[in-house]
Design a protein around this ligand. Structure first.
Ligand code: NAP
Length: 328
C-alpha cells in the first residue's frame, strides 16, 4: 500500500477515503511540523498532504524526490508556501482546492468590511468591558457601506464573488489586475482601472490577488498615501501583500479609518505588533475558508488529489500540470 503523510488531520470522510486506499500517518503534535521534520517524513512516503502554514521548500521536495514522493496535495487554494517550480523539475505534482472555498472566503471579506465600516468589534469590546454608558449622537459612528465605492485588487474567483455581494449594497465596483476581464465586467458591472486610480477612488479596498513576486508588498507607504482619507483596507488574501509598518503609520496618522485583516505576515502576528494596539484594526486568524461545509469539501478534494497522485494518475486539481509532460 502507498504511504501518505498528513501535516494535520482532515475531515472524517476524507480520512476514511485515505485509510481505505493507503497507509496513513498524521502529524499529531500541537506545534506545526518544522522544515527539518518534514524533510525526514517526506523521505518515507509517496504522498504528502500539506497546509498553507507548512514550508514545502526546495530541501523538503529534494528529500522526497530522492525517495518516492510523487505528490503534494495542499488543503488550500493558495500555494505560495510551496516551491512549485522545484516540484515540477523534480517530477512532483502539486494539487490545491480551488473554487470550493470561493463563496465562504468572500463571505468573510464581506463580514470584515461590514465590521470595520460599522466599528462592530470596537462596540463589542466597549460593551464587554463596561466602557459603553449610553447612546449618543456621535458614539462609535462608522461609515456607510450602502452606495459607497469598492475597489477590488485581484478580480478572480473570490474578487468577483465579493463584487456580487456589493450589488446588494448598490456600490460602485472598481477592479484592478494584470488582465482586463470583459466577461467579468459584464457579469458584475465592475470598472477596470490601474491600481493607483482605484486607490484614489475607493472608499473600501479589498485584496484578492495571490501572493507572487509582483504582489508581495504591493500596498506600501506610497499606495496607502494614495488611498482616500478615511478609506478602509481589507485583506483576506495574503499578509505579505501589505507593508504592515506602513499600514500602522497610515492608521495611526488617521489617514485610513480602519483595516481588517484575516491574514498577516507573519502568522500569528507577534503579540508586540503595534497594529494590535489600534482599536480600529480587526485581525482574524486566517479563517477565510473556515466554514464546516467548506472545510469538509476542501478535505475531500485534498484526499482525491493525493490519491490520484500516489496512483500515478493526473490530479483532478493540479497547479503544475506541466509536470506530466516531463515524466517518463
Ligand atoms: P484566482 O481566481 O486565481 O484570482 C486571483 C486573481 O489575482 C487573478 O484574477 C489575477 O488576475 C490576480 N492577480 C495576479 N497578479 C496580480 C497583480 N500583480 N495585481 C493584481 N491582481 C493580480 O484566486 P482566488 O481563488 O480568487 O484566490 C485568491 C487568493 O485568495 C488565493 O491565492 C489565496 O492566497 C487567498 N485566499 C485566502 C483565504 C483565507 O483564508 N483568507 C482563502 C482562500 C483564498 P491577473 O492574472 O489578470 O492579474
Amino acid at each position: 500500500m502507498k504511504k501518505i503523510f498528513l501535516t494535520r488531520r482532515i475531515y472524517p470522510e476524507a480520512m476514511e477515503l485515505l485509510e481505505k486506499n493507503a497507509k496513513i500517518e498524521v502529524w499529531s503534535a500541537d506545534m506545526p511540523i518544522t522544515e527539518a521534520q518534514l524533510i525526514e517524513k517526506v523521505a518515507q512516503v509517496e504522498g504528502l498532504i500539506s497546509m498553507l502554514s507548512n514550508p514545502i521548500t526546495e530541501k523538503v521536495l529534494q528529500s522526497g524526490a530522492a525517495h518516492s514522493l510523487r505528490v503534494v496535495s495542499q488543503m488550500a487554494v493558495g500555494y505560495d508556501n510551496i516551491a512549485v517550480e522545484q516540484a515540477t523539475k523534480l517530477g512532483i505534482a502539486v494539487g490545491n482546492t480551488p473554487g470550493v472555498l470561493t463563496e465562504t472566503t468572500a463571505d468573510l471579506a464581506w463580514a470584515l468590511l461590514m465590521a470595520a465600516a460599522r466599528r462592530v468589534v470596537e462596540g463589542h469590546t466597549e460593551v464587554h468591558r463596561g466602557i459603553w454608558r449610553s447612546w449618543g449622537p456621535d458614539v462609535l459612528c462608522g461609515t456607510d457601506v450602502y452606495g459607497a465605492t469598492l475597489g477590488i485588487i485581484g478580480f478572480g474567483r473570490i474578487g468577483q464573488a465579493v463584487a456580487a455581494r456589493a450589488a446588494g449594497f448598490h456600490m460602485k465596483v472598481l477592479y484592478t489586475q494584470r488582465h482586463r476581464d470583459l466577461a467579468a465586467e459584464e457579469r458584475t458591472q465592475a470598472q477596470y482601472m490601474t491600481l493607483d486610480e482605484l486607490l484614489r477612488q475607493a472608499d473600501f479596498v479589498t485584496l484578492h490577488a495571490y501572493l507572487s513576486a509582483e504582489t508581495r508588498g504591493m500596498i506600501g507607504k506610497e499606495q496607502l498615501a494614495h488611498m482616500k482619507p478615511g478609506a478602509i483596507l481589507i485583506n483576506t488574501a495574503r499578509g505579505a501583500m501589505i507593508d504592515q509598518a506602513a499600514l500602522y503609520e497610515a492608521l495611526s496618522a488617521g489617514h485610513l479609518a480602519a483595516a481588517a485583516l484575516d491574514v498577516t505576515d507573519p502568522e500569528p502576528i507577534p503579540q508586540n505588533s503595534p497594529l494590535l494596539e489600534l482599536p480600529q484594526v480587526i485581525i482574524t486568524p486566517h479563517i477565510g475558508s473556515a466554514s464546516t461545509q467548506t472545510r469538509r469539501r476542501m478535505s475531500v478534494m485534498t484526499a482525491e488529489n493525493v490519491l490520484a497522485g500516489v496512483a500515478r494518475e493526473k490530479l483532478p486539481y493540479c497547479v503544475n500540470p506541466e509536470v506530466y509532460a516531463q515524466r517518463k
